[in-house]
Design a protein around this ligand. Structure first.
Ligand code: GLN
Length: 448
């Protein structure tokens, strides 16, 4: 019935790039059989899941919403996807995204335009726009996205869903197509904190195939239903500026009221280096991307423009099959890493990254959870920012520093703003110290 609903309703939303019907039906039959025999089934038995199209699932096409990988068939399965399947979840399809996860609206997809289920004239956010839309539209109760600078949190805020960006290293990156390896994390979407916790317990933890994964056992379900009395919250002062819309301001106020009524204390704290977050992030992520995307040379992967000579074929392939934003980032990153500019740009950005991490560390000496809007505004219209890359980059002002610091954050629905006669969801972001991901589940569950 999930596949049927998607077939009927997705033509309006355009979240799915492909359906994995054969795998889904086979998995479902296996679970039915296990239930019939009275054999044990996993905690997510029979739960349909949508997977962002930058995660490998053996035998399926993994495009990264790029023409350069349009026909690339995965020879193996990503660890997080594999664990989700072992828990009994049923993969129903691969969903749309900004090409190679570069963007904040999913408009950079080379393959499809996904609309926001709350308003078809508006973007679902990005880069995991398909994952957010699939859950928001009710196609699947959970989905997987990835977050390098906000890509699960921003679309969650724009679509009235919840999403968690775990501490760097808590989710294996094996089988997730690399964008900026020191920032990338897989994160789940859901409509309830409980569902997020179930996914995290099933997927998080050390993976010998990813040397950056941490040996920390997940304990998310036990974090549900906890008392948050006495917990010390603080707004990050730098996120409270005039840039926030009235609806976002109201959501911030409401958050405080709700949390205080639950016995938490509320304050304000300044993290002065956050001002440089966007600049540092866009230097570091483009630098890493320029290196990671060097592998698409027209030889190993599918997209190729043939020529007599290797360099000609490579440059024509990349010229033809990469989209504008991907090219822009490869150029920026290559420039920032080149000799003579490395010290001025990349190395300086890395120093700023360290200062940002220290700012967070300092704030967490005094507070348990930091609070910002997930975004200064609700979902914007198609075309509103796509002509101006810097305006698009500014959408990430509240999210990128968290990836630079490696700490966990969650986006939770916190109200609505009526724009042009339509209600649009607003998200609030809770941030915890490294490895305290479970605390965010307690807070989100209490706040819900
Ligand atoms: N919007 C940010 C970017 O374009 C974040 C993307 C992401 O988290 N994948 O880089």
């Amino acid at each position: 019935s999930t596949l049927q609903t998607i077939r009927e309703k997705d033509p309006e939303i355009q979240a799915f790039l492909s359906l994995t019907e054969d795998i889904a039906l086979e998995k479902a039959a296996q679970i039915d059989e296990a239930v019939r025999l009275g054999s044990p089934v996993g905690p997510l038995a029979g739960v349909p899941v949508a997977i962002k199209d930058n995660m490998n699932l053996k035998g399926t096409i993994t495009t990264c919403a790029s023409r350069i990988l349009e026909n690339y068939r995965s020879p193996y399965t990503a660890t997080v996807v594999d664990r989700l399947l072992s828990a009994g979840a049923i993969p129903v399809g691969k969903v749309n995204m900004d090409e190679f996860a570069m963007g904040s609206s999913t408009e950079n997809s080379a393959l499809k335009r996904t609309v926001n289920p709350w308003d078809p004239e508006r973007v679902p956010g990005g880069s995991s726009g398909g994952s957010a839309a699939a859950v928001s539209a009710g196609f699947t109760p959970i989905s997987l996205g990835s977050d390098t600078g906000g890509s699960v949190r921003l679309p969650a805020a724009f679509t009235g869903t919840l999403a968690l960006k775990p501490t760097y290293g808590r989710m294996s990156r094996y089988g997730l197509v690399a964008f900026a390896s020191s920032l990338d994390q897989i994160g789940p979407f859901a409509l309830s904190t409980r569902d997020l916790a179930l996914v995290m317990d099933a997927t998080s933890g050390r993976d010998p195939l990813d040397s950056t994964s941490l040996d920390v056992k997940p304990d998310f379900v036990s974090a549900l239903g906890q008392d948050i009395k006495g917990m010390r919250f603080a707004y990050i002062k730098e996120s409270l500026g005039a840039g926030n819309t009235p609806g976002v301001q109201a959501a911030l106020d409401r958050t405080r009221e709700v949390l205080e009524s639950l016995g938490a204390t509320f304050s304000e704290v300044s993290l002065p280096t956050l001002e440089y977050g966007i600049a540092a992030y866009y230097l570091i992520c483009t630098s890493e991307a320029s290196s990671n995307l060097a592998r698409y040379d027209g030889m190993v992967y599918s997209g190729r423009v043939a020529a007599d000579e290797f360099n000609t074929s490579m440059s024509r392939t990349r010229g033809e099959f990469f989209g504008h934003e991907v090219k822009r980032r490869i150029l920026m990153g290559t420039y920032a890493l080149s000799s003579g500019y490395y010290d001025a740009y990349y190395s300086k950005a890395m120093k700023v990254r360290k200062l940002i991490a220290q700012d967070f560390h300092r704030a967490f000496q005094e507070f348990d959870v930091l609070v910002t809007p997930t975004s200064p505004f609700p979902a914007f219209k198609f075309g509103e920012k796509s002509a101006d890359p810097v305006a698009m980059y500014q959408s990430d002002v509240d999210t990128v520093s968290i990836n630079l610091a490696g700490v966990p954050a969650i986006s939770v629905p916190a109200g609505y703003e009526t724009v042009d006669g339509r209600e649009l969801p607003i998200g609030i972001q809770f941030i915890a110290p490294a490895l305290k991901d479970e605390r965010l589940i307690s807070v989100s569950d209490a706040f819900e």
